[in-house]
Design a protein around this ligand. Structure first.
Ligand code: SF4
Length: 401
């Protein structure tokens, strides 16, 4: 045993066989210019923490985690999410990328995604992010309607969103994703069709189209509760979901997950890692990690509060892990819960290899009843929800949890 590995818990040592092969990396940037009215993500507009101080903490965590895991690793993707990573100076992004290469063997053709919000980028900063190594950009456009953007509390206008796309292209990003949201206050299916039309017209390689979820305690939820805004009813929401599949399909985008649409070959490599239960390490406040070993896997997350997170790193150690080893039952349920979000569905052969039993032995009655009602399809060695029924995925997935 190398001296560096002494004292490393057995379950972490055992995980090395997985992480040596391949893994993905996530860095959470929990800062925003202003909190949006619908947002309950781990982000804040008034943390008072300088970005360089936070960035130094993240790099320290990356180094400490690599040392604790030991061995050689091969990272295939790096995703900077938030929050608003486009608030970072490009030099800090470059340092994150360098650390990912040095500590985790980030491969030269790795997918490096930076989430960016219009209104926080300039031609210069976008060129800086590209030069720093980011090769994929995900723009949080959400809507092309300025009144809607104001209702959502976004910091940008539709014009700035269009300019951000043009700026990203000029900076050399040839892999660009747009986020759009439907079922917004007062939104009609016709208005959503127009949003999709404008999104497609910008020619992104990827579109993420989410239905709005009203999160408890957000300003938008409180406004809705007192009748200040009205949301489309269930029928209109379902229509917008179907329209998304149809319109983006006609425009050449393949739906590969409930909310994710890609041109051929342009799926998000990083996000697919989550749905396949492949290993990833998350760095930064509130970041989550998953290793597929020991046994049936282990998930943990960092403290949500950035100050608390930095405090532990300043004291010389990794932050404590909100941690849990998964039981066999948890892991099997996760395989269905995550896999059925995707159009590839659940790989039955991989399930048998992982758990030593077939899906039929574990979930026979559930699967048979869903196949009989058409809510599930068998495609070769895979089980998947038919694309038009993905909107019902929550009701279907619950059968396996
Ligand atoms: S920009 Fe994104 S993370 Fe930040 S407050 Fe708005 S929705 Fe939340």
């Amino acid at each position: 045993m190398s001296p560096r590995r002494e004292g490393v818990p057995l379950h972490i040592r055992n995980s090395q066989s997985i992480i040596r092969k391949r893994l993905s990396l996530y860095i959470h940037i929990p800062f925003c210019v202003k909190k949006c009215a619908y947002c309950d993500f781990a982000s804040s507009a008034d943390s008072g923490i300088p970005l360089d101080e936070y960035g130094a903490g993240v790099i320290r965590e990356m180094e400490l985690r690599a040392a604790s895991l030991g061995g050689s690793m091969t990272a295939e993707t790096l995703y900077l999410g938030g929050g608003t990573p486009s608030l970072l100076p490009p030099e800090l992004v470059a340092r994150f990328v360098r650390t990912a290469v040095e500590c985790y063997g980030l491969v030269p053709d790795g997918e490096i995604t930076l989430e960016a919000n219009p209104g926080t980028v300039t031609g210069e900063s976008l060129a800086g992010f590209r030069a720093a190594g980011a090769n994929r950009i995900s723009l949080g456009i959400q809507s092309f309607d300025d009144r809607m953007l104001a209702t959502l509390g976004r910091v940008h206008t539709a014009r700035e969103a269009v300019d951000a796309v043009a700026g990203a292209r000029s900076a050399g990003f040839d892999n660009l994703s747009l986020d759009l949201i439907h079922s917004l206050p007062g939104q009609t299916p016709d208005a959503w069709r127009e949003e999709l039309r404008q999104g497609v017209a910008l020619g992104p390689e990827h579109i993420s189209a989410y239905g709005l979820t009203l999160e408890e305690g957000t300003p938008l939820q409180r406004l809705w509760e007192v009748g200040g805004v009205a949301l489309p009813d269930e029928e209109a929401g379902a229509l917008m979901f179907r329209m998304t599949t149809d319109i983006l399909g006609e425009a050449g985008y393949e739906q590969y997950e409930i909310s994710s649409f890609a041109r051929p070959g342009r799926r998000s490599r990083h996000n697919q890692v989550y749905w396949r239960r492949d290993p990833y390490l998350g760095f930064g406040a509130a970041a989550h990690s998953f290793l597929a070993t020991p046994s049936f896997g282990r998930r943990w997350h960092n403290p949500h509060d950035p100050l608390e997170y930095l405090h532990f790193l300043a004291a010389g150690g990794l932050p404590p892990e909100g941690c849990g080893e998964l039981s066999r039952e948890d892991a099997m349920a996760e395989t269905f819960f995550l896999g059925l979000r995707t159009t590839d569905g659940v790989d039955m052969e991989r399930f048998r290899e992982t758990f030593g039993e077939s899906v039929g032995e574990v979930y026979g009655p559930e699967i048979e009843s869903l196949l009989a009602t058409g809510l599930l399809q068998r495609r070769g060695s895979r089980l998947a929800i038919p694309v038009p029924l993905l909107i019902l995925s929550n009701q279907i997935i619950v059968k396996f949890v």
